[in-house]
Ligand binder design. Structure first.
Ligand code: ATP
Ligand code: MG
Length: 424
């Protein structure tokens, strides 16, 4: 038997519904903020990522799936979406002298060590805004992330960390100071950090190595180098976060080591997924468009790691319900007389129409009411609808509340019944 390629994910039927639900909720939040959908190619010229992500990043150094096209061109499966979005908007003349707010979703590919929450084919939903220089759009994007977590009911499981990298001049000064400080003690650094000292020194701040972290304690600190204008931008963002009541922590070691990142950087992390704790990362990259050959254009955005968010959603649900319980339908339509299944079909469709967020399952295969209610209970439904006659009038709804014995069963006019079901 031919097996799946290592790290390429299979999403099984038992997980498919959750993926649809999470993607659906996130897409809706983005649409309600008036972001517009774009779709990016899976393959781009390797050069796009070398320039747009950076030669000295882990992604380009060792994580890309690169192949030769039949005519010899070097192509790579996309490892992320930002470089492609800039390429696309630029190529179609959608950046110069205008603003854009867009989102994309889909699989990304990186050759890394597969484990829980880390795959070689994984999924991101990302949002990007171009042409806005102020901190208000940074605030909007962070608020958008927060609205995503709220829509999924996982906002208590994530923490927001923010930092500012300052202007590119300020970063350059800091970079030099950091290299000057670390070079004399370079043999004490871990191997990755020693290499980064040459290529991408600010990523050393990210190192998980305890000895390296100890050396960094006395190192020059980024906030001491940040210019006044950047600090104003940062203060502006913090005021917005306070106004939106979004809790955050400042983390002066939070860097996204690419040269073109400027000002704001942020990351949403969780304690609930072991070491794969980052669920969303973003920041401002005012230098990127220019680096990819366009005119200077401010840009800011984030990417959500969908695989990890799906895991969090599953955890949140498991915490909220009794262990072992299935949760595959919300409303279960019971057919108590053999001759009323057409009425049941009509009612079930009317319920789906009136309650777009509820999953309505109709009983199949007959059997007495007791047996049907048992099935309703087993699939986790909150209520059963009892269809007791074949009258297709839809005038009334008989609702049995499966989780609240104090109400039990009631027959209501159809509209009142819908209103009642909306409370679930
Ligand atoms: P990490 O430090 O976990 O490798 P990263 O800095 O490489 O993350 P980004 O490139 O910023 O990640 O991507 C944004 C988000 O995409 C991450 O926060 C994470 O949730 C998710 N992500 C990145 N790589 C993977 C992967 N291999 N498998 C699953 N999710 C991933
Ligand atoms: Mg990574």
């Amino acid at each position: 038997m031919v097996r799946a390629v290592r790290g390429m994910r299979d999403i099984l039927p038992e997980q498919g519904r959750r993926w649809d639900l999470v993607e659906g909720e996130l897409t809706r939040v983005l649409q309600r903020h008036a972001y517009e959908a774009i779709r990016l190619p899976l393959l781009e010229f390797t050069e796009l990522f070398a320039r747009g992500v950076g030669e000295a990043t882990d992604i380009v150094e060792k994580e890309m799936y690169t192949l030769a096209d039949r005519d010899g061109d070097s192509l790579s499966l996309r490892p992320e979406g930002t470089a492609s979005s800039v390429r696309m908007l630029q190529e179609h003349g959608l950046l110069y002298n205008q603003t854009q707010r867009v989102y994309y979703a889909g699989p990304m590919f990186r050759y890394e060590k597969p484990q829980k929450g880390r795959y070689r084919q994984f999924y991101q939903i990302g949002a990007e805004a171009y042409g806005f220089a102020g901190p208000d759009i940074d605030g909007e994007l962070i608020g958008l992330g927060w609205a995503c977590w709220q829509a999924l009911g996982i906002e208590t499981m994530v923490t927001l960390e923010i930092n500012t990298l300052g202007s590119s001049e300020a970063r350059q000064l800091y970079r030099t100071a950091l290299v000057d400080f670390l070079t004399p003690m370079s043999e004490l650094l871990d191997e990755d950090s020693r290499r980064r000292l040459e290529t991408n020194p600010m990523r050393i701040l990210d190192s998980k190595n305890p000895a390296t972290q100890a050396l960094l304690e006395k190192a020059p600190k980024l906030p001491d180098f940040v210019d006044v204008q950047s600090l104003e931008h940062y203060e502006g963002l913090k005021l917005l976060l306070d106004a939106m009541q979004i809790p955050y922590q400042e983390n002066p070691n939070l860097v996204r080591g690419l040269d073109y990142y400027t000002h704001t950087v942020f990351e949403w992390t969780t304690q609930d997924l072991g070491s794969q704790g980052a669920v969303c990362a973003g920041g401002r990259y005012d230098g990127l468009v220019e680096r990819l050959g366009g005119r200077p254009t401010p840009g800011v955005g984030f990417a959500i790691g969908l695989d990890r968010v799906v895991l969090l959603h599953e955890l949140a649900e498991a915490n909220a319900k009794a262990p072992g319980q299935d949760r595959s339908a919300d409303i279960y339509v019971c057919v108590t007389q053999p001759d009323c299944s057409s009425a049941a079909l009509v009612v079930a469709n009317a319920l789906r129409q009136a309650l777009p967020k509820r999953r309505v399952r109709q009983h199949m295969g007959g059997g007495n009411l007791k047996k049907q209610l048992k099935k309703a209970d087993a699939c986790g439904a909150d209520v059963a609808i009892l269809i007791e006659s074949d009258a297709l009038d839809q005038q009334t709804l008989t609702i049995k509340h499966l989780r609240d014995a104090s109400i039990g069963q009631e027959t209501l006019a159809f509209d009142a019944g819908i209103a009642r079901l909306q409370q679930y």
